[in-house]
Design a protein around this ligand. Structure first.
Ligand code: PMP
Ligand code: GLN
Length: 383
């Protein structure tokens, strides 16, 4: 052991729950409904586009802000979906995934001592991203069991140190979605303030039951104060690609890019080239919601054979289930036991609360082949 010591930037952080549960699943040969990734194939056509891009020489650095035709295709998509005009030159940056986009967004705006309002359960990279920048997360719990926002509580937590509010819809881990009224509340609370919004919209298209995604991109006054983060991995069933993007007004994007250029600088070229063509096939993202809704419904139907009770999900890859009728164990203990003894890995929702709030619920990922879902449920029936 070296005698050299460093002071940890994240003294209270261990290994992310996604890696913990995926490793445990591998170790026990469990079916992995924990970490959110599809186990079915991505588009052959998109793979062919990547091959084509490599063969035709797109193997060198592209512009640090992203391959321009891809940014143009994204601007077209935003215009089509939200009738919002975005200058691809000044307002869109391609990033190595949404996690990076969110981290860079936080680094762009935060100074030591700032406060950021975070709704919990929260995706596990948010609070470390805040704290590493010397800022403080002010957490507000979503109201169980619907996981909705109490806006009066938000109002009571806003003060002169509030630098940002983070939102995520459709929501990971719960699958709740923000409604138009939530956006109105956000508009009212941030009007005439210096508050910036960091919006995680990686599940933009994964929304069910005819609900409409309430994107920041729909609201010009909100967009003027927001950094909005997306992931191609979730849209095109290729989470391992780690490619995403951020959309923001010019004054924020200018600062975002100062950081990006010295961190990643530029992202994978052939995949950006491929996506710039593939994005024009709108049906690929328009049909995504109904594709995933069928999986949710199929999974819910199968799970009726078990003693686990569903909480509603309206979007994302995820469905939360209560095991209250089955055990008094903590979520972590129960999830570990389920993986080891039943051979099904899930994610304990308590991992997304800084205080470890434990409602006896587990997150299941249903973006899987029907045969995988069937095999997993088969193992849960005996519980
Ligand atoms: N935010 C949320 C809510 C997520 O579920 C994920 C995982 N896809 C990310 C961000 C990170 O996305 P990426 O893999 O593109 O970094
Ligand atoms: N977003 C994925 C999830 O929620 C996992 C990403 C990761 O492992 N960091 O399961």
């Amino acid at each position: 052991m070296s005698s050299i010591q460093i002071k940890s930037k994240l003294p209270n952080v261990g290994t992310t729950i996604f890696t913990v549960m995926s490793s445990l699943a591998a170790q026990h040969n469990a079916i992995n409904l924990g970490q959110g990734f599809p186990d079915y194939a991505m588009s052959e056509e998109l793979i062919a586009f990547v091959n084509e891009a490599m063969k035709t020489g797109h193997n060198q650095y592209v512009h640090m802000n992203g391959f321009m035709p891809l940014r143009e295709a994204l601007a077209e998509k935003v215009e089509y979906l939200y009738t919002t005009d975005i200058n691809p030159d000044t307002r869109i940056t391609i990033t190595p995934g949404a996690t990076y986009a969110i981290y860079t967004a936080l680094t762009t705006i935060l100074q030591p001592g700032d406060e950021v309002i975070v709704f919990e359960p929260a995706y596990d990279s948010y609070i470390p991203g805040i704290e590493i920048n010397g800022a403080r997360a002010v957490t507000i719990q979503l109201q169980f069991p619907g996981y909705t926002i109490n806006w009066d509580e938000v109002k009571s937590k806003i003060n002169e140190r509030t630098r940002a509010i983070m939102i995520n819809s459709p929501h990971n881990p719960t699958g709740s979605v923000l409604a138009e009224n939530d956006m109105e509340q956000l508009r009212a609370l941030t009007k005439d303030t210096n508050i910036i919004i960091v919006s995680d919209e990686v599940y933009e298209h994964l929304i069910f039951d005819n609900k409409k995604h309430e994107s920041i991109l729909k609201y010009p006054d909100l967009l003027e104060k927001s950094l909005v983060c997306f992931s191609f991995g979730k849209v095109y069933h290729c989470t391992g690609w780690k490619l995403g993007y951020c959309i923001a007004p010019e004054y924020l994007m200018k600062e975002f890019r100062k950081i990006h250029q010295f961190n990643c600088f530029t992202c994978d070229a052939p995949k950006q080239v491929a996506l710039s063509s593939f994005l024009k096939k709108r049906e690929n993202y328009i049909e995504l919601g109904s594709f995933l809704q069928k999986k949710r419904d199929y999974f819910q139907g199968l799970m009726q054979q078990t003693k686990l009770k569903p909480l509603p999900t309206y979007g994302s890859y995820f469905q939360v289930y209560s095991y209250n009728d089955l055990s008094d164990e903590s979520e972590k203990d129960f999830a570990f036991r389920l993986t080891k003894e039943q051979g099904v890995a899930t994610i304990p929702v308590s991992a997304f609360y800084s205080s470890g709030t434990d409602n006896h619920v587990l997150r299941f990922c249903f973006s899987k082949k029907e045969s995988t879902l069937e095999a997993a449920v088969e193992r849960l029936i005996g519980l």
